[in-house]
Design a protein around this ligand. Structure first.
Ligand code: DGL
Length: 269
């Protein structure tokens, strides 16, 4: 089978575009098919059982595109549904939790690591388990930051209100004297600068999407799946609700225009 087959990436909605961006920076010649479940976003506050059902359906959508590898861009799905996707797909699957945990353990000197994410991700303790598996002596402090998702989508990256909210969320982590913080949600890289300001630029920030892009690069190389073509990659976008808002907000997450966005039929909230 041809290595020009696309990498499939899925997310609960728009946030996974930060992961596509990281993938494109690292692997500019890989074709990508992206599915964002905009009809059912957000996944963060939903039960693990529901998120696992959605994850199975999202996987099937990507498999229809003959993908060679699946990236679960959504931290919430990676936290509670990695096994669902692995069982369904006969191709390698990369979630964002383990790569993010690995990068954090590598970066942290004091082994005092903070993790921020959705309620679902934090409650699952997936990052805590992954970090402790890598370093049993590491101390992990988690904080759900649900308001960060709408703030990032609104583009409120340099508003006073966002800074105040970030201070509230991050204060308990500063008391724990963390030296490294995992941005454990697709949306948080958009708020990186405000998070950095609130933490007085003294904490190393780990983008779980960037960490996952490195794992994807390694996995493709190991499995002989790299696309050797030097042609410009083709990136296709699919969503489950009307594409209008996705295209508009998505530009901010992706860093450039998205082009055509297709709607997938048959999924409703
Ligand atoms: N994509 C989700 C995540 O990374 C954030 C948005 C949502 O709650 O669906 O956890």
């Amino acid at each position: 089978m041809s290595n020009s087959r696309p990498i499939g990436v899925f997310d609960s909605g728009i946030g996974g575009l930060t992961v596509v961006r990281a993938l494109q920076t690292r692997l500019p010649h890989e074709n990508i098919v992206y599915f964002g479940d905009t009809a059912r976003v957000p996944y963060g506050p939903k039960s693990a059982q529901v998120v696992r059902e959605y994850a199975a359906q999202d996987t099937d959508i990507l498999l229809e595109h003959n993908v060679k590898l699946i990236v679960i861009a959504c931290n919430t799905v990676s936290a509670v549904g990695l096994d669902v996707v692995q069982k369904r797909a006969k191709v390698p699957v990369v979630g964002v939790i383990f790569p993010g945990a690995e990068a954090a353990v590598r970066a942290s000197h004091k082994k005092r690591i903070g993790v921020i994410g959705t309620v679902g991700t934090v409650n699952s303790q997936a990052y805590v388990h992954a970090i402790r598996q890598l370093d049993p002596n590491a101390q992990v402090f988690s904080q759900a930051c649900p308001l960060f998702v709408p703030l990032a989508e609104e583009g409120w990256t340099d508003r006073k209100a966002t800074e105040l909210i970030a201070r509230e969320y991050l204060f308990p982590l500063t008391l724990e004297k963390i030296d490294t913080l995992v941005l454990g949600c697709t949306h948080y890289p958009i708020l990186r600068s405000v998070i950095d300001t609130v933490l007085q630029k003294s904490v190393t920030l780990i983008d779980s999407g960037e960490a996952a892009a490195l794992t994807v690069e390694e996995t493709l190389a190991e499995q002989g799946l790299r696309n050797e073509s030097t042609l410009k990659a083709n990136v296709q976008f699919f969503v489950s609700d009307i594409p209008h808002k996705f295209a508009e907000v998505g530009e901010r997450f992706f860093g450039r225009k998205l082009g055509r966005v297709h709607r997938v039929a048959g999924i409703s909230a």
